[in-house]
Design a binder for this molecule. Structure first.
Ligand code: AP5
Length: 221
């Protein structure tokens, strides 16, 4: 099954996608993670991504499409994927429809996680990530077992994301409201959007997403 986690920066898309990977045995495709990996590699493409990401602006559609279609060709995504942070523009949404149609697939559900700007700022300021394996934490809501040590790989030293400072978060949020939120209409017209409150305990939000998906797509899960 192919479905999207949709919402503003800090809504919990990445955190919840990773939980759903285990539940539905479907891989997560997160364009932000793919871009950070490219940036870390030091490639020319990664440097190009950084020009936009560091300012909190969306990367141009033409650069995103290649990244996405390469990822979709990987064998683990042959039967479905959980899209996290993609699509972010109407052009990307329409292109995704075309690519999936070519594979006799379609987006079956869009989980819309909504949270306030105040929550977004609080989550961004407390988020810490492992520079080695990419695992994500929050100083208060999801701290690692040992302070500043990654639970997943044992790396010592967790970092704040470059684009998690307040000015850039506000810019990311403005980009979301202006360019990404309108994409919901594309999916609402197909009757596949489910609304889930992004506030609450992590387990509760996961349960709410699973319940909403079950109601929408039932036995397809
Ligand atoms: P991307 O990496 O996709 O970032 P984002 O969409 O801004 O989302 P975040 O990763 O900040 O938040 P999230 O919703 O995943 O929340 P998370 O689970 O981490 O994109 C970064 C940049 O890349 C963009 O600005 C753009 O430049 C570029 N880009 C990426 N894709 C693109 C595309 N398709 N087109 C163009 N440009 C693109 O949670 C956040 C924090 O909150 C964590 O610390 C977590 O532990 C905590 N938390 C989560 N849920 C809860 C909860 N229920 N209660 C308490 N704390 C919680």
């Amino acid at each position: 099954m192919d479905f999207l986690l949709f919402g503003p920066p800090g809504a919990g898309k990445g955190t919840q996608s990773q939980r759903l990977v285990d539940i539905y045995k479907t891989p997560q495709i997160a364009t932000g993670d793919l871009m950070r990996a490219e940036r870390k590699s030091g490639s020319a493409l990664g440097q190009e991504f950084d020009k936009y990401m560091s300012k909190g602006e969306l990367v141009p559609d033409s650069l995103v499409e290649q990244l996405l279609s390469n990822r979709l060709k990987q064998p683990d995504a042959a039967n479905g994927a959980i899209f996290d942070g993609f699509p972010r523009t109407l052009t990307q949404a329409k292109r995704l429809d075309e690519i999936l149609e070519g594979l006799s697939r379609r987006i079956q559900a869009v989980v819309h996680l909504e949270v306030s700007l105040e929550t977004i700022l609080e989550r961004a300021s407390g988020r810490r990530v492992c520079p080695s394996c990419g695992a994500s934490y929050h100083l208060h809501h999801k701290p690692p077992e040992n302070t500043n040590v990654c639970d997943a790989c044992g790396h010592e030293g967790l970092n704040q994301r470059k684009d998690d400072n307040e000015d850039v978060v506000r810019r990311r949020h403005a980009e979301y409201r202006e360019k990404t939120e309108p994409v919901l209409s594309h999916y609402r017209a197909k009757g596949i959007v489910v609304e889930v409150d992004g506030l609450g305990e992590l387990d509760q939000v996961t349960q709410n997403i699973c319940n909403a998906l079950k109601k929408l797509v039932g036995e397809a899960l």
